[in-house]
Design a protein around this ligand. Structure first.
Ligand SMILES: *Cc1c(COP(=O)(O)O)cnc(C)c1O
Length: 470
């Protein structure tokens, strides 16, 4: 005996005034489809239940579920997430946040036609790269620049243009894999370049490159070890040495820099990474980088270097397939202008977060602990909240082993509850991604935005109350 025979037909459920009104706002076909799915899921659930639900109750459940599902579908699956991980350039959370200028320019470009490929002085066809090329040249000191879809595309395009059918020499210590989808050996293969590995994992000398040069060599490639570092008994030649060797053999030197740093972060204690302008100054012929890592802009692959190579890349058919649209160009231009204007450390959120000083973070953490403590006290939930030191990270391909000293708020809820609570917080809108440690949820202040703390406090109160209610 079960409730199956009480399950109302779709037509009857669809007659509910709320669903009628929903069908007027959106497509009726969508509402009917979601209603069908709701009924299917209810059917599965009640099959094995011994209690009997009335036709009225079942209709109610179906209506509620349909309403919720349709609203969710219309809201979309991509939504804001509060980043409490302390990882500033979190690839799975979309890497860099844009600065206000970039957002404004992006918005304007989205809403209207723009002079993307028209020279407004002559009225003739222009180049979409014009809008960022001069800025990139000024900021890096390079002769020419080009922008494509992402850095993986930039590496692929550069190699395909200068080394297709030939060989590229790379140190064994630099055969990087980034995020599982970018692997140097595979990207080289896809570009038509044969990989010639030299040296060993920990030690590669300039003489190793020299010994590997043949008639077939087309490029000396240096890849930034963005997400690991080989420490201890190690050696890699300097970029200058590589450039000298390249000059001797008339071979271009290409640097896959990854992070795309334009602002020297040494004054903020982050040392040891080359900026794009360092690479250009050292004589690299081609430098590639991501737009959405330490540059602090939108996803893009930035290529700067000697004119002859960049011009050849612009003529490559692949460029058409990898090209960026007006939205990316507007956001990138808006980001680069911040460097030109001279205050990227104030106006680009990614950089602002990176260089925040621990004492400010501690003060913010104390304020947040207070807010959360009050919110939870009001809802009678016994749990303790405290400020804790945390080790934040840069993420996204730079300073892989550096820990950024920061502060977080730990909400101790106990081992038995912590994973459920973390999961429930993830599934809210906005979602919350926090660290879990020893029965506590920890939200790092470095990556939280103004207003995130209030949202977190309210969400915690709701979810803890719900968890206790069960
Ligand atoms: C991040 C990175 C890439 C991949 O860049 P995307 O912009 O994610 O395509 C390639 N090479 C290096 C060295 C990187 O750090």
């Amino acid at each position: 005996m079960n409730s199956l025979r009480n399950l109302p037909p779709i037509d009857e459920i669809m007659a509910d005034p709320q669903l009628v009104s929903l069908s007027e706002s959106y497509s009726r076909a969508l509402v009917v489809e979601e209603c069908r799915r709701a009924v299917d899921s209810i059917r599965k659930e009640i099959k094995d239940r011994s209690d009997i639900l009335s036709r009225e109750e079942l209709r109610e459940i179906a209506v509620t579920r349909t309403l919720k599902r349709v609203e969710e579908m219309i809201a979309g699956t991509l939504y804001p997430v509060v980043n409490g991980t302390g990882v500033v350039l979190h690839t799975n959370l979309g890497r860099s946040l844009l600065g206000e200028r970039a957002i404004k320019m992006l918005n304007a470009a989205a809403r209207s036609y723009v002079n993307l490929e028209i020279d407004m002085i002559t009225g003739e066809r222009g180049s979409r790269y014009y809008h960022v090329e001069e800025l990139l040249c000024r900021l890096t000191g390079a002769e020419a620049a080009l922008v494509v879809n992402n850095n993986a595309a930039a590496v692929m395009l550069a190699l395909n243009t200068i080394a297709n059918g030939g060989e590229g020499i790379v140190s064994r210590g630099q055969l990087v894999e980034i995020g599982g989808s970018f692997r140097v050996p595979e990207v080289m293969k896809a570009s038509g370049t044969r990989l010639v590995e030299v040296g060993t994992t920990n030690k590669t000398y300039i003489r190793d490159y020299e010994a590997a040069i043949t008639e077939e060599t087309r490029v000396l490639l240096s890849v930034h070890t963005s997400n690991y570092r080989i420490v201890g008994f190690t050696h890699e030649p300097t970029l200058q040495e590589l450039v000298e060797l390249g000059k001797c053999h008339q071979l271009p030197v290409m640097v896959d820099l990854g992070s795309g740093i334009l602002l020297d972060l040494a004054p903020y204690g982050l040392t040891g990474e080359l900026t794009m302008q360092d690479c250009v100054r050292a004589g690299a012929d081609i430098v590639t980088a991501s737009g959405d890592k330490l540059l602090g802009g939108p996803q893009a692959g930035i290529i700067v270097g000697k004119r002859q190579y960049v011009e050849a890349m612009k003529k490559n058919q692949l460029t058409r397939a990898l090209r960026v649209d007006k939205l990316i160009i507007s956001a990138l231009e808006g980001t680069l202008i911040e460097y030109l204007a001279g205050k990227p450390e104030c106006n680009l959120p990614a950089i602002r977060m990176l260089i925040r000083n621990p004492e400010d973070l501690r003060a913010d953490a104390e304020e947040l602990a207070d807010i959360i403590g009050k919110e939870l006290a009001a809802s009678d939930i016994p749990c303790s909240v405290e400020v804790v030191p945390v080790a934040d990270r840069v993420g996204g391909g730079a300073f892989p082993i550096e820990e950024l000293p920061g502060f977080g708020v730990a909400i101790h809820v106990g081992e038995e509850l912590v994973d459920t609570l973390a999961a429930r917080l993830r599934q809210r809108r906005p979602g919350f991604l926090l660290r879990v440690r020893e029965g506590a949820l920890i939200s790092s202040l470095r990556t939280m935005l103004p207003g995130d703390g209030q949202l977190l406090a309210a969400a915690l109160a709701e979810e803890l109350a719900a968890a206790q209610g069960r």
